[in-house]
Design a protein around this ligand. Structure first.
Ligand SMILES: Cc1cc2nc3c(=O)[nH]c(=O)nc-3n(C[C@H](O)[C@H](O)[C@H](O)COP(=O)(O)OP(=O)(O)OC[C@H]3O[C@@H](n4cnc5c(N)ncnc54)[C@H](O)[C@@H]3O)c2cc1C
Length: 338
């Protein structure tokens, strides 16, 4: 039988990179929190493959820079190719402004595992899977979270703050009726992650083809991510069939299902929640904003949210005015006109 505390200063909904980072930061600051995720266990799918310098600096707060991050591979730059195969532009690794390389390659399931392990060291037992948050009642001075455990029993947890790190389809954001404004692009892309790739170059490669633009990005452990634009009229299911993918991958490698880590058709969203705070609930990570994956900022933006919010929550739990959390929205949203 699952047990939950009747009262805890902070409830974090969602054990993706945003929720786990926020939990680790709070643990480092000495704030008690519980992390609830509705899935029975971790989602072992490759998604983000880059952590940036600000993300790495965030990891430094709770020591992950010396373990997981220290063993990642720094990116060295990008090459851009024309239709005839010539490289017409090349960028470098970028400046090192925060004490870490601009971009380092990660495998999101391994990164999340490192975050979970560190959380277990810092705050044992604070992460609960099979814990579906079905309701949050909030007022100006607190909240009550209702969680449904694997056995179907419901539990109520009183808290000071709820960090809604519950992903792009955020049930909390939807229940609050907070609109996600912006665009969803008409242009879909095939994203296919392959293991054991023959191309071990550490450059990201952009094939600026007039027929079908494509991207090839190094991934950890000798893998590579390939992305191909879906052309008008092509069927989303057919483009993921082995024959179709074998043809697309022909210039790069032999297609073999055994080496496919993930294949999907990805729709690009550039959307942002109209507000990030509602009383004692803060929307963070994909729940607050969605970006197309090209500059690798989806996950990294969530890490920045966690870094921005965690010290303020620690201050508020310690007695600071709750208005300090209003600065989260102001600081994380681009000023009007930019
Ligand atoms: C194919 C693909 C490629 C990508 N590539 C990149 C990339 O190269 N670089 C990059 O930076 N980003 C990339 N992203 C985006 C990145 O993966 C996300 O931005 C990141 O995972 C968001 O983290 P999060 O913690 O905010 O949300 P999520 O990782 O979505 O986690 C949300 C969690 O909330 C839980 N949850 C939801 N509802 C409830 C509930 N009611 N109760 C309890 N738990 C709940 C879910 O189970 C989930 O575990 C990619 C995404 C995809 C799909």
């Amino acid at each position: 039988m699952s047990t939950y505390p009747a009262k805890v200063p902070v409830v974090i909904v969602g054990a993706g990179p945003t929720g786990l980072t926020a939990a680790n930061l709070l643990a480092a600051y000495g704030v008690e929190a519980i992390v609830l995720d509705r899935e029975p266990g971790p989602m072992n799918l490759p998604r983000a493959i880059v952590i940036d310098d600000e993300g790495a600096r965030t990891m430094q707060v709770f020591g992950l820079d010396r373990t997981y991050i220290a063993n990642t591979t720094p990116a060295i730059g990008s090459k851009y190719f024309a239709d005839d195969g010539t490289c017409f532009a090349e960028t470098g690794a970028g400046v090192q402004s925060y004490g870490f390389p601009k971009r380092q390659y990660i495998y999101q399931p391994e990164f999340e595992a490192a975050l979970r392990d560190r959380l277990e060291e810092q705050a044992p037992g604070s992460l609960r899977f099979s814990s579906n948050v079905v309701d949050v009642e909030t007022s100006s001075d607190g909240a009550v979270v209702t969680v449904e455990a694997a056995d179907g029993k419901r539990h109520r947890i009183a808290t000071q703050w709820v960090l809604a790190c519950d992903g792009g389809r955020s049930p909390i954001r939807e229940r609050l009726g907070i609109a996600l404004s912006g665009n969803t692009y008409r242009q879909d892309w095939i994203v296919i992650d392959m293991s054991d790739d023959p191309d071990r170059s550490l450059f990201s490669k952009f094939f600026c083809s007039s027929i079908r633009p494509a991207v090839s990005v190094p991934a950890p452990n000798g893998g590579r991510r390939y992305e191909f634009m879906v052309l008008p009229g092509e069927d989303r299911e057919k483009v993921l069939t082995p024959d179709f993918l074998a043809e697309l991958l022909k210039p790069f490698r032999r297609y073999d299902e055994r080496y496919v880590l993930r294949k999907t058709v990805y729709t690009f969203h550039a959307r942002i929640a109209e507000r990030f705070r509602h009383e004692r609930i803060l929307l963070m990570g994909d729940a607050a904003h969605l970006t197309p994956p090209f500059a690798g900022q989806g996950m990294n933006a969530g890490l920045r949210d966690a870094h921005n919010v965690a010290w303020k929550i620690a201050a508020a739990v310690g007695g600071a005015d709750a208005a300090i959390l209003d600065t989260y929205d102001a600081e994380r949203r681009a000023p009007p006109g930019t």
